[in-house]
Design a protein around this ligand. Structure first.
Ligand SMILES: [Cu+2]
Length: 145
């Protein structure tokens, strides 16, 4: 009896491990690596990084103001997406795919953009500088000494 149960566990264990590993791999594959960028809104301005990287980006928009706000974004490949209204103290996430270019962000609540709730964000631009600054270190002639 006791031996049988132990044997059963020994037989089942590799299967459990295999299933576990497979589900981990699936989870890793299905989750797109979206960069998270925080955006803060209050009366009457929008705080966000001036430059962002191209790719799938989750804008985490926090309303730190006392009024209801929202965030609209429009630019290359993004034909106006909106978070919808965000109550004071709340936040919403808006996922967009950014391409190189300039994006406009603003609060669509009437009057708010005119009062200053708008921002411009640049994506990409001069990204391909990697590799050019190598300095061709031949190795042999260390002239610093
Ligand atoms: Cu607003």
């Amino acid at each position: 009896m006791r031996n049988d149960r132990r044997r059963l566990v020994l037989i089942a264990l590799p299967f459990v491990l295999a299933i576990g590993a497979a589900s981990v791999a699936l989870a890793a594959r299905s989750a797109p690596a979206a960069a998270k960028v925080s955006v803060t809104e209050r009366e009457y301005r929008i705080t966000v990084a001036k430059t962002l990287k191209a790719g799938t980006t989750s804008l985490v928009v926090s309303n730190r103001g006392k009024l209801t706000h929202a965030l609209d974004i429009s630019g290359p490949g993004v034909a106006k997406k909106t978070t919808g209204m965000i109550a004071p103290g709340k936040s919403k996430t808006l996922t967009v795919t950014l391409k190189n270019g300039t994006y406009k962000l603003w609060c669509p609540v009437p009057g708010h953009a005119a009062l200053g709730m708008k921002a411009t964000v640049k994506v990409g631009g001069g990204s391909s500088s990697a590799g050019s600054s190598g300095g061709s270190s031949g190795g042999s002639g260390s002239s610093w000494a």
